[in-house]
Design a protein around this ligand. Structure first.
Ligand code: NAD
Length: 297
Protein backbone atom coordinates (compact mmCIF):
# COMPACT_ATOMS: atom_id res chain seq x y z
CA UNK A 1 0.00 0.00 0.00
CA UNK A 2 1.37 3.38 -0.98
CA UNK A 3 1.24 5.94 1.75
CA UNK A 4 0.20 9.43 0.66
CA UNK A 5 2.03 11.96 2.83
CA UNK A 6 -0.26 14.76 3.98
CA UNK A 7 1.71 18.01 4.23
CA UNK A 8 -1.24 19.89 5.69
CA UNK A 9 -1.47 17.44 8.58
CA UNK A 10 2.26 17.57 9.39
CA UNK A 11 2.31 21.35 8.88
CA UNK A 12 -0.60 21.78 11.32
CA UNK A 13 1.11 19.59 13.92
CA UNK A 14 4.27 21.72 13.74
CA UNK A 15 2.27 24.97 13.75
CA UNK A 16 0.46 23.99 16.92
CA UNK A 17 3.83 23.37 18.59
CA UNK A 18 5.03 26.75 17.33
CA UNK A 19 1.95 28.28 18.98
CA UNK A 20 3.43 27.20 22.30
CA UNK A 21 6.75 28.88 21.41
CA UNK A 22 4.91 32.10 20.55
CA UNK A 23 3.23 31.93 23.99
CA UNK A 24 6.61 31.50 25.68
CA UNK A 25 7.92 34.54 23.81
CA UNK A 26 4.78 36.50 24.75
CA UNK A 27 5.35 35.66 28.44
CA UNK A 28 8.75 37.31 28.04
CA UNK A 29 7.14 40.37 26.40
CA UNK A 30 8.27 39.47 22.87
CA UNK A 31 6.13 39.29 19.75
CA UNK A 32 8.00 37.81 16.76
CA UNK A 33 7.88 40.07 13.71
CA UNK A 34 8.30 39.08 10.08
CA UNK A 35 8.73 41.68 7.33
CA UNK A 36 7.91 40.63 3.79
CA UNK A 37 9.10 42.82 0.93
CA UNK A 38 7.59 42.59 -2.52
CA UNK A 39 9.11 44.30 -5.56
CA UNK A 40 7.13 42.79 -8.40
CA UNK A 41 3.70 42.72 -9.98
CA UNK A 42 3.91 38.97 -10.53
CA UNK A 43 0.60 37.45 -9.43
CA UNK A 44 2.09 34.22 -8.07
CA UNK A 45 4.58 36.15 -5.89
CA UNK A 46 1.77 38.33 -4.54
CA UNK A 47 -0.20 35.20 -3.66
CA UNK A 48 2.79 33.57 -1.90
CA UNK A 49 3.43 36.70 0.17
CA UNK A 50 -0.21 37.05 1.22
CA UNK A 51 -0.28 33.35 2.22
CA UNK A 52 2.83 33.90 4.33
CA UNK A 53 1.31 36.97 6.00
CA UNK A 54 -1.93 35.11 6.73
CA UNK A 55 -0.02 32.21 8.28
CA UNK A 56 1.92 34.66 10.50
CA UNK A 57 -1.28 36.23 11.69
CA UNK A 58 -2.77 32.85 12.57
CA UNK A 59 -0.05 31.99 15.07
CA UNK A 60 0.51 35.46 16.51
CA UNK A 61 3.54 36.60 14.53
CA UNK A 62 3.41 40.31 13.68
CA UNK A 63 3.40 40.58 9.89
CA UNK A 64 4.82 43.73 8.33
CA UNK A 65 4.39 44.05 4.60
CA UNK A 66 6.34 46.44 2.37
CA UNK A 67 5.83 46.99 -1.34
CA UNK A 68 8.38 48.67 -3.60
CA UNK A 69 7.47 49.89 -7.07
CA UNK A 70 9.10 47.36 -9.48
CA UNK A 71 10.31 50.31 -11.63
CA UNK A 72 11.98 52.08 -8.71
CA UNK A 73 15.79 52.16 -8.55
CA UNK A 74 17.45 49.23 -6.74
CA UNK A 75 18.59 51.62 -3.99
CA UNK A 76 14.97 51.94 -2.86
CA UNK A 77 14.93 48.23 -2.01
CA UNK A 78 18.39 48.34 -0.41
CA UNK A 79 17.35 51.32 1.77
CA UNK A 80 14.22 49.45 2.86
CA UNK A 81 16.31 46.41 3.82
CA UNK A 82 18.65 48.67 5.85
CA UNK A 83 15.65 50.17 7.62
CA UNK A 84 14.23 46.74 8.47
CA UNK A 85 17.67 45.52 9.62
CA UNK A 86 17.62 48.35 12.19
CA UNK A 87 14.00 47.86 13.31
CA UNK A 88 13.95 46.04 16.67
CA UNK A 89 10.36 44.85 16.13
CA UNK A 90 11.41 42.99 12.97
CA UNK A 91 13.09 39.65 13.66
CA UNK A 92 12.83 38.17 10.18
CA UNK A 93 13.10 39.72 6.71
CA UNK A 94 11.99 38.00 3.54
CA UNK A 95 12.44 39.63 0.14
CA UNK A 96 10.17 37.72 -2.22
CA UNK A 97 12.03 36.48 -5.30
CA UNK A 98 12.29 37.11 -8.16
CA UNK A 99 13.27 40.78 -7.95
CA UNK A 100 13.27 42.84 -11.20
CA UNK A 101 16.21 42.40 -13.58
CA UNK A 102 17.76 45.77 -12.70
CA UNK A 103 18.12 44.70 -9.05
CA UNK A 104 21.15 42.53 -8.33
CA UNK A 105 19.88 39.49 -6.43
CA UNK A 106 23.24 38.73 -4.87
CA UNK A 107 23.38 42.25 -3.38
CA UNK A 108 19.90 41.74 -1.95
CA UNK A 109 20.86 38.45 -0.28
CA UNK A 110 24.02 40.01 1.18
CA UNK A 111 22.24 43.14 2.41
CA UNK A 112 19.90 41.35 4.82
CA UNK A 113 21.31 41.06 8.33
CA UNK A 114 22.16 37.32 8.60
CA UNK A 115 20.45 37.05 12.01
CA UNK A 116 17.20 38.25 10.35
CA UNK A 117 17.63 36.11 7.20
CA UNK A 118 14.79 33.67 7.84
CA UNK A 119 15.01 32.35 4.27
CA UNK A 120 18.53 31.14 5.05
CA UNK A 121 19.93 32.45 1.74
CA UNK A 122 22.61 34.85 3.08
CA UNK A 123 26.07 33.40 2.27
CA UNK A 124 26.88 33.32 5.99
CA UNK A 125 23.83 31.13 6.65
CA UNK A 126 24.52 28.96 3.59
CA UNK A 127 28.08 28.43 4.87
CA UNK A 128 26.86 27.51 8.35
CA UNK A 129 24.47 24.95 6.89
CA UNK A 130 27.18 23.37 4.74
CA UNK A 131 29.50 23.25 7.76
CA UNK A 132 26.85 21.43 9.77
CA UNK A 133 25.89 24.33 12.06
CA UNK A 134 22.77 25.62 10.35
CA UNK A 135 21.15 28.62 11.98
CA UNK A 136 18.21 28.95 9.59
CA UNK A 137 17.67 26.01 7.26
CA UNK A 138 16.01 27.13 3.99
CA UNK A 139 12.27 26.62 4.37
CA UNK A 140 11.46 24.18 1.56
CA UNK A 141 14.27 21.63 2.14
CA UNK A 142 13.76 21.94 5.89
CA UNK A 143 10.06 21.25 5.31
CA UNK A 144 10.94 18.11 3.34
CA UNK A 145 13.24 16.98 6.14
CA UNK A 146 10.44 17.48 8.71
CA UNK A 147 7.93 15.63 6.52
CA UNK A 148 10.26 12.62 6.44
CA UNK A 149 10.86 12.86 10.19
CA UNK A 150 7.15 13.01 11.04
CA UNK A 151 6.43 10.08 8.72
CA UNK A 152 9.12 8.04 10.48
CA UNK A 153 11.22 7.72 7.32
CA UNK A 154 14.88 7.35 8.27
CA UNK A 155 17.35 8.72 5.73
CA UNK A 156 20.42 7.10 7.28
CA UNK A 157 22.25 4.86 4.84
CA UNK A 158 19.63 5.44 2.14
CA UNK A 159 20.43 6.30 -1.47
CA UNK A 160 18.85 9.69 -2.15
CA UNK A 161 18.52 11.43 -5.50
CA UNK A 162 17.75 15.14 -5.57
CA UNK A 163 16.55 16.33 -8.97
CA UNK A 164 17.47 20.02 -9.27
CA UNK A 165 20.45 22.10 -8.13
CA UNK A 166 18.91 25.49 -7.35
CA UNK A 167 20.20 27.58 -4.45
CA UNK A 168 16.79 27.57 -2.76
CA UNK A 169 15.82 23.90 -3.03
CA UNK A 170 18.19 21.40 -4.69
CA UNK A 171 21.54 22.42 -3.19
CA UNK A 172 20.37 23.00 0.39
CA UNK A 173 18.29 19.80 0.21
CA UNK A 174 21.35 17.78 -0.74
CA UNK A 175 23.41 19.55 1.91
CA UNK A 176 20.90 18.57 4.60
CA UNK A 177 20.82 14.97 3.41
CA UNK A 178 24.60 14.55 3.62
CA UNK A 179 25.00 15.98 7.13
CA UNK A 180 26.14 13.62 9.86
CA UNK A 181 22.97 14.36 11.80
CA UNK A 182 19.36 13.19 12.17
CA UNK A 183 17.57 13.62 8.85
CA UNK A 184 20.93 13.25 7.08
CA UNK A 185 23.45 10.44 6.62
CA UNK A 186 22.05 9.65 3.16
CA UNK A 187 24.28 8.81 0.19
CA UNK A 188 23.19 11.65 -2.02
CA UNK A 189 23.26 12.27 -5.76
CA UNK A 190 22.32 15.62 -7.26
CA UNK A 191 20.83 15.52 -10.76
CA UNK A 192 20.24 18.55 -12.96
CA UNK A 193 19.47 19.70 -16.48
CA UNK A 194 22.74 18.26 -17.84
CA UNK A 195 22.37 14.88 -16.16
CA UNK A 196 22.64 12.02 -18.59
CA UNK A 197 19.84 9.44 -18.19
CA UNK A 198 17.95 10.76 -15.19
CA UNK A 199 15.81 7.61 -14.96
CA UNK A 200 18.86 5.43 -14.51
CA UNK A 201 19.80 7.52 -11.43
CA UNK A 202 16.31 7.75 -9.91
CA UNK A 203 15.62 4.01 -10.35
CA UNK A 204 18.55 3.27 -8.04
CA UNK A 205 17.27 5.55 -5.29
CA UNK A 206 15.43 4.76 -2.06
CA UNK A 207 14.42 8.42 -1.85
CA UNK A 208 13.70 10.73 -4.81
CA UNK A 209 13.19 14.44 -4.22
CA UNK A 210 12.03 16.16 -7.38
CA UNK A 211 12.66 19.93 -7.60
CA UNK A 212 13.19 20.62 -11.29
CA UNK A 213 10.26 22.90 -12.10
CA UNK A 214 9.39 20.64 -15.03
CA UNK A 215 5.83 19.24 -15.11
CA UNK A 216 5.61 15.49 -14.45
CA UNK A 217 9.27 14.91 -15.26
CA UNK A 218 9.53 11.84 -13.02
CA UNK A 219 7.07 9.08 -13.86
CA UNK A 220 6.44 5.58 -12.58
CA UNK A 221 8.94 4.03 -14.98
CA UNK A 222 11.70 6.09 -13.36
CA UNK A 223 11.31 4.80 -9.82
CA UNK A 224 11.60 1.43 -8.15
CA UNK A 225 9.12 -0.40 -5.92
CA UNK A 226 8.88 1.10 -2.45
CA UNK A 227 10.74 4.34 -3.20
CA UNK A 228 9.91 7.42 -1.13
CA UNK A 229 8.95 10.14 -3.61
CA UNK A 230 8.84 13.77 -2.52
CA UNK A 231 7.51 16.20 -5.11
CA UNK A 232 8.59 19.80 -4.58
CA UNK A 233 7.51 21.03 -8.01
CA UNK A 234 4.62 23.41 -8.53
CA UNK A 235 3.92 23.98 -12.22
CA UNK A 236 1.01 25.70 -13.90
CA UNK A 237 -0.20 23.79 -16.94
CA UNK A 238 -3.06 24.73 -19.23
CA UNK A 239 -6.37 23.15 -18.29
CA UNK A 240 -9.92 23.24 -19.48
CA UNK A 241 -11.34 24.84 -16.33
CA UNK A 242 -12.44 28.27 -15.10
CA UNK A 243 -8.91 29.41 -14.26
CA UNK A 244 -7.49 28.06 -17.50
CA UNK A 245 -4.73 26.22 -15.65
CA UNK A 246 -4.06 23.62 -13.01
CA UNK A 247 -1.12 22.91 -10.74
CA UNK A 248 0.94 19.80 -11.25
CA UNK A 249 4.15 18.64 -9.65
CA UNK A 250 7.43 17.43 -11.10
CA UNK A 251 6.20 13.87 -10.57
CA UNK A 252 3.53 12.12 -12.61
CA UNK A 253 1.48 11.27 -9.55
CA UNK A 254 -0.73 8.47 -10.86
CA UNK A 255 2.01 6.30 -12.35
CA UNK A 256 4.50 7.03 -9.56
CA UNK A 257 1.92 6.16 -6.90
CA UNK A 258 1.70 2.62 -8.30
CA UNK A 259 5.33 2.01 -7.34
CA UNK A 260 6.15 4.38 -4.51
CA UNK A 261 6.20 3.36 -0.85
CA UNK A 262 5.39 6.95 0.18
CA UNK A 263 4.55 9.90 -2.04
CA UNK A 264 3.57 13.56 -1.60
CA UNK A 265 0.71 15.04 -3.63
CA UNK A 266 0.68 18.46 -5.32
CA UNK A 267 -0.94 20.49 -3.90
CA UNK A 268 -1.03 19.46 -0.25
CA UNK A 269 2.44 17.95 0.12
CA UNK A 270 5.57 20.09 0.39
CA UNK A 271 3.80 23.46 -0.14
CA UNK A 272 2.23 23.79 3.34
CA UNK A 273 5.55 22.75 4.89
CA UNK A 274 7.45 25.62 3.26
CA UNK A 275 5.26 28.21 4.94
CA UNK A 276 5.33 26.31 8.24
CA UNK A 277 9.12 26.33 8.27
CA UNK A 278 9.14 30.08 7.57
CA UNK A 279 7.10 30.51 10.76
CA UNK A 280 9.58 28.19 12.50
CA UNK A 281 12.55 30.29 11.39
CA UNK A 282 10.81 33.52 12.42
CA UNK A 283 10.10 32.14 15.90
CA UNK A 284 13.73 30.99 16.09
CA UNK A 285 14.92 34.43 14.94
CA UNK A 286 12.92 36.14 17.69
CA UNK A 287 14.21 33.68 20.27
CA UNK A 288 17.84 34.27 19.22
CA UNK A 289 17.59 38.05 19.00
CA UNK A 290 15.64 38.50 22.23
CA UNK A 291 17.55 35.82 24.12
CA UNK A 292 14.43 33.89 25.13
CA UNK A 293 14.67 30.08 25.14
CA UNK A 294 11.89 28.26 23.27
CA UNK A 295 11.46 24.57 22.58
CA UNK A 296 11.26 24.38 18.82
CA UNK A 297 9.52 21.30 17.34
P1 NAD B 1 14.91 26.38 -10.53
O1 NAD B 1 14.34 26.60 -11.88
O2 NAD B 1 15.70 27.46 -9.87
O3 NAD B 1 15.83 25.09 -10.57
C1 NAD B 1 15.42 23.94 -11.24
C2 NAD B 1 16.55 22.95 -11.25
O4 NAD B 1 16.10 21.77 -11.91
C3 NAD B 1 17.78 23.43 -11.99
O5 NAD B 1 18.88 23.24 -11.15
C4 NAD B 1 17.88 22.52 -13.23
O6 NAD B 1 19.22 22.14 -13.48
C5 NAD B 1 17.06 21.32 -12.82
N1 NAD B 1 16.35 20.76 -13.97
C6 NAD B 1 15.55 21.39 -14.85
N2 NAD B 1 15.10 20.54 -15.80
C7 NAD B 1 15.63 19.33 -15.50
C8 NAD B 1 15.56 18.06 -16.12
N3 NAD B 1 14.85 17.85 -17.21
N4 NAD B 1 16.22 17.03 -15.55
C9 NAD B 1 16.95 17.23 -14.43
N5 NAD B 1 17.05 18.42 -13.80
C10 NAD B 1 16.41 19.46 -14.34
O7 NAD B 1 13.68 25.92 -9.62
P2 NAD B 1 13.49 25.90 -8.03
O8 NAD B 1 13.32 27.27 -7.54
O9 NAD B 1 14.50 25.01 -7.41
O10 NAD B 1 12.06 25.19 -7.96
C11 NAD B 1 11.86 23.88 -8.46
C12 NAD B 1 10.38 23.58 -8.44
O11 NAD B 1 9.94 23.59 -7.09
C13 NAD B 1 9.51 24.59 -9.16
O12 NAD B 1 8.39 23.93 -9.72
C14 NAD B 1 9.03 25.51 -8.05
O13 NAD B 1 7.80 26.13 -8.34
C15 NAD B 1 8.88 24.53 -6.93
N6 NAD B 1 8.99 25.08 -5.58
C16 NAD B 1 8.03 24.72 -4.71
C17 NAD B 1 8.09 25.15 -3.42
C18 NAD B 1 7.04 24.72 -2.47
O14 NAD B 1 6.90 25.29 -1.41
N7 NAD B 1 6.29 23.67 -2.80
C19 NAD B 1 9.13 26.00 -3.01
C20 NAD B 1 10.12 26.33 -3.92
C21 NAD B 1 10.04 25.85 -5.22
Amino acid sequence: MTEIIDGNEVGDAIRSELDGCVDTLADAGVRPGLATVLMTTDGASETYVSMKQKACDEIGIEGIHEEIDPDAPAERLFDKIDELNEDPDVHGILVQMPVPDHVDKWTVLNRIDPIKDVDGFHPQNVGSLVAGHARYKPCTPHGVQKLLEYEGIDTEGKDAVVVGRSDIVGKPMANLLIQKAPGGNATTTICHSRTDDLGEKTRQADLVIAAAGYPELVDGSMISEGTVVIDVGVNRVEADNEKGYELVGDVEFESAKEKAGHITPVPGGVGPMTITMLLYNTVKAASLQEDVDVELP
